[in-house]
Design a protein around this ligand. Structure first.
Ligand SMILES: [Zn+2]
Length: 518
């Protein structure tokens, strides 16, 4: 630390004096030198030298203007250099806590140096414990943690379909308070899921107010992205209302118009968000660049009331002849909303014979109606589906908004977990030219750090953590697909996490230099 602050001082003085190569040399650990470096301070790239001392950036200067002596010099003359990418929405805790996948290699290979965990209301309640576990285990990327409204509710109320009592609300606020003190970056909710869906707006406001006291954010999987309950635009209104009442930054998770009934509603949602922004509400969103979402078949099409209380109650209701007709017609309607049984593709199942088949294929094989197949399948082990339910034009409308950042929402069974960032780059920067390279980088790093409130991340500036990626744009590409969802992406030459190279010349170095960030 001491050495790096000395180097930092010399570099700064040298910079002010406009020093030349004859000036005293500056000792640093790593020097990255290249003609095309995005710092995040301005939109355009510049020819720069970036010096790294320990885990921090200790010098940023025009190429060749400071005489650095570095233990390692990276020549980035053929590469684009940018702040490490930040994924605003992942489900990667299981990997980070594992013995063999804690490198988070599927993210590193996309250029992601920080992942957010705890989204959709399901984030851990005991943040201090989780943080300690992660650091003890060692992690390849940084992670930021959200505390989950759904997890807090489960701890206090269970999965009962009812409102919270006053006492329960106080308990939930206390848990939120503790989590924020322990380093959560905010509160997440999943108001579409059980048990978040059982909460009213006031309950979420009460918890969001606590997160706001600590400058946290409110990150929400909306109550409805379709016409399942209150409707997409109403759900956006509810989220804005929560943020307004709690005076908190609102982050809309994986923004999308889900299903044929709401296609085209991106326009009115954007309008609502931007009108609220003009009123002074701080709002951002993230988005993954795929037309299919991914979830369990149960969450996709079974009505939420059937899942209340417990698994045995769930099975009991499914097999209750008095309820079966109603459940069946709700499932039929939910399949229709999602584009029909052909638009639901099984991507992961214990029964291998189901994989790669659509719900329609499976129903046909069994000589059943798709709704009956669903009722059979959801009583077995969990089955993941890709649900092809988005329109290309809604995706594009959202993507070009400066307040929409890149995410993966990565889950097993969906290529988004391995390929979201390079797919967005290939499809929307290189092929469709919807975004410029600079916009892509900004919406994958600098802007993301800003909206999530991550301290000293997302920019290449003196005193910031050295999370840096370097890639050859022509080689940066997605390799995963719906047929093979877990293939690593390629083209990242160097990925630095807190000053240590996790990817060096395209190869994983086994360095676990990730931190829990806030
Ligand atoms: Zn979600």
């Amino acid at each position: 630390m001491k050495r790096s602050s000395v180097a930092l001082m010399i570099a700064a003085v040298c910079g002010l004096a406009g020093c030349t190569k004859s000036s005293p040399s500056v000792n640093v650990d790593v020097l990255i030198s290249g003609p095309k470096i995005y710092t995040g301070l301005q939109l355009k790239p510049s020819a720069l030298d970036i010096a790294i001392c320990g885990e921090l950036i200790c010098g940023v200067s025009p190429q060749g203007s400071v005489a650095y002596v570095a233990k390692r010099i990276i020549d980035a003359s053929e590469l684009v250099v940018s702040p490490g990418f930040i994924d605003a929405h992942t489900h990667s805790l299981q990997e980070l806590l594992s013995e063999d996948k804690n490198a988070n290699l599927n993210y590193l290979m996309q250029g992601v140096t920080t992942v957010v965990n705890g989204n959709d209301g399901s984030g851990a309640v005991d943040i201090a414990k989780l943080k300690a576990q992660l650091l003890r285990n060692g992690i390849g990327t940084n992670t930021a943690l959200l505390v989950g409204h759904g997890s807090i509710r489960t701890q206090v109320i269970g999965l009962a379909e009812r409102l919270a009592t006053d006492d329960e609300l106080v308990s939930m606020q206390q848990l939120t308070e503790q989590a924020m003190q322990d380093g959560a970056i905010g509160l997440s909710s999943g108001l579409y899921y059980v048990p978040g869906i059982y909460a009213n707006t006031a309950e979420v406001v009460a918890l969001a107010k606590v997160a706001a006291k600590y400058d946290g954010i409110y990150d929400t999987h909306l109550r409805d992205e379709s016409t399942f309950n209150i409707g997409f635009t109403q759900a956006v209104d509810e989220a804005i209302e929560i943020a307004t009442q709690a005076d908190i930054h609102l982050h809309l998770a994986h923004i999308k118009a889900l299903g044929v009934d709401v296609w085209g509603q991106s326009t009115s949602v954007i309008d609502r968000v931007e009108r609220a922004q003009q009123r002074g509400v701080s709002i951002s969103a993230d988005q993954y660049p795929w037309q299919a979402s991914g979830t369990h078949i149960r969450s996709a099409v079974v009505p939420k009331w059937v899942m209340a209380d417990s698994i045995s109650a769930f099975h009991h209701r499914l097999n209750d002849p008095k309820l079966r007709g109603g459940i069946r017609s709700d499932i039929i309607e939910n399949i229709r909303r999602r584009g029909g049984a052909k638009a639901l593709l099984v991507t992961m199942a214990q029964d291998q014979s189901l994989q790669g088949k659509t719900l329609q294929d499976i129903a046909d094989e069994r000589g059943q109606q798709p709704a009956d197949t669903v009722i059979d399948l959801v009583q077995g082990s969990k089955i993941r589906v890709a649900s092809f339910n988005m329109s290309a034009s809604d995706i594009e409308n959202f993507m070009v908004k400066p307040w929409v950042v890149t995410s993966s929402d990565g889950t097993n069974g969906h290529p988004r977990k391995y390929a979201s960032f390079p797919k967005k780059y290939r499809q929307y920067v290189t092929e469709q030219k919807l975004l410029t390279q600079a916009q892509f980088i900004r919406q994958s790093s600098t802007k993301t750090a800003q909206v999530l409130g991550l301290d000293k991340r997302g920019k290449l500036a003196v005193g910031y953590y050295a999370d840096i990626v370097m890639f050859a744009p022509q080689h940066y590409r997605d390799n995963a697909s719906f047929n093979q969802w877990n293939v690593l992406s390629s083209g990242m030459e160097y990925v630095m996490v807190n000053g240590a190279l996790a990817i060096d010349k395209g190869q994983y170095t086994k360095r676990l230099s990730g931190q829990v960030v806030d």
